[in-house]
Write a protein that binds this ligand. Structure first.
Ligand SMILES: [Ca+2]
Length: 155
């Protein structure tokens, strides 16, 4: 499952974190740290998040994590603040109309990380975060924030 690299805040360390899924479907977190005076990130030992992640074909970091399974159901994983995720919550079906999910940070400056989903025609839809775990995103809206027509892939 493609995931963004650079996931700030999952481990609580200053540097961005990397989430990776191996061929067996196990998700791993690689923490990084960057001292204020350093020019490069320093890595640390990887931490096993859990198994079964090969059931998803797309995902994005949105402060927490969302992942879309092969049937088009989008799932939400809230971060625990300890570098792991809580049990998943079903967001809803029909997300297989989108070819890409992109965590864009806080696009509307309300303090919550939002999600961009790109449809098959290349049009970007913004889903504003609500801060409510049971319904983490508001209804999608076509946005002009990103013009994806010129790109083959975005992550
Ligand atoms: Ca926001």
């Amino acid at each position: 499952m493609p995931l963004e690299d650079g996931l700030p805040g999952v481990s609580g360390l200053l540097g961005p974190d990397l989430l990776a899924i191996d061929n067996a479907g196990v998700m791993w977190r690689e923490d990084t740290e960057q001292a204020p005076w350093a020019t490069q990130l320093a890595g640390s030992d990887r931490v096993r998040i859990g198994a079964g992640w090969n059931t998803y074909n797309r995902g994005a970091a949105v402060g927490d994590l969302v992942a879309c399974d092969a049937s088009g159901v989008l799932w939400f994983y809230a971060g625990t603040g300890k570098g792991t995720f809580a049990a998943r919550t079903r967001i809803g079906g029909g997300w297989n109309v989108y070819t890409q999910l992109i965590g864009v940070g806080d696009s509307d400056i309300d303090g919550r990380a939002d999600l961009i989903a790109v449809d098959r025609g290349g049009s970007p839809w913004r889903y504003r975060a609500t801060g409510i775990p049971q319904a983490p995103f508001a209804r999608g809206e076509l946005t002009s924030l990103f013009n994806t027509g010129s790109y083959k892939s975005m992550e």
